[in-house]
Design a binder for this molecule. Structure first.
Ligand SMILES: Cc1cc2nc3c(=O)[nH]c(=O)nc-3n(C[C@H](O)[C@H](O)[C@H](O)COP(=O)(O)O)c2cc1C
Length: 175
């Protein structure tokens, strides 16, 4: 039985939901999983964990600064254990942009950090217009209009492929 830490960065909670599903799958393989919000525990000690997973969503083209800080601070400890990283964004709803090799945010991110995660995944996120502030809603609707996505301000749509999340959960259990 391995002791696995999943650290996540989220704004609207969707990445946390993905992490909860990963936890469920990994625990079915008889491992122990601790889920941690990066903002709550930026200084968490990685020593007690056998494997580390980091998941982060994209907002206005970027992962949040806390993600970079966490990786910089813990790079050595990450590298000496099985590890994984996943990103969540709505560009990944497009089949040609939903793989680690084809998702522009993940590609850029990997060039910005010196840690090279051993396992990678890209998940399409969620659009929830009613939940956003007025300006966020307008900006995202405009981006969606350009990229031929939904623009109705009442739209709530989950693009996540949950089978793909389950597959990644099995990868984490076995890595
Ligand atoms: C204000 C805002 C900005 C966003 N910017 C981007 C973006 O630049 N590219 C993208 O693909 N998705 C973008 N998204 C979509 C989010 O990545 C998606 O909603 C994701 O599910 C959010 O995950 P979270 O709830 O864990 O933060 C944005 C969403 C919001 C609300």
């Amino acid at each position: 039985m391995a002791n696995i830490l999943i650290v996540y960065s989220t704004t609207d909670g969707h990445t946390r939901q993905i992490c909860e599903r990963l936890k469920q799958v990994v625990e079915e393989h008889n491992h122990k999983v601790v889920l941690t919000f990066i903002n709550d525990e930026p200084d968490i000690d990685l020593d007690p964990f056998d494997k580390i997973v980091i998941g982060a969503s994209i907002r206005y083209g970027k992962h949040r600064p806390q993600v970079y800080q966490f990786i910089r601070k813990n790079q050595q400890k990450l590298e000496c254990r099985p590890n994984a990283f996943f990103t969540v964004n709505v560009v990944a709803r497009k089949p040609e942009k939903c793989q680690p090799e084809s998702n522009p945010y993940l590609k850029k991110f990997l060039k910005q950090i010196s840690w090279q995660p051993r396992n990678l995944a890209v998940f399409a996120g969620k659009i929830s217009y009613p939940k956003y502030t007025f300006w966020d809603r307008q900006v995202i609707r405009f981006i969606m209009w350009i990229t031929k996505g939904p623009t109705d301000p009442q739209t709530v749509i989950d693009y996540t492929d949950w089978n793909k999340v389950d597959d990644f959960g099995r990868t984490i259990a076995e890595m």
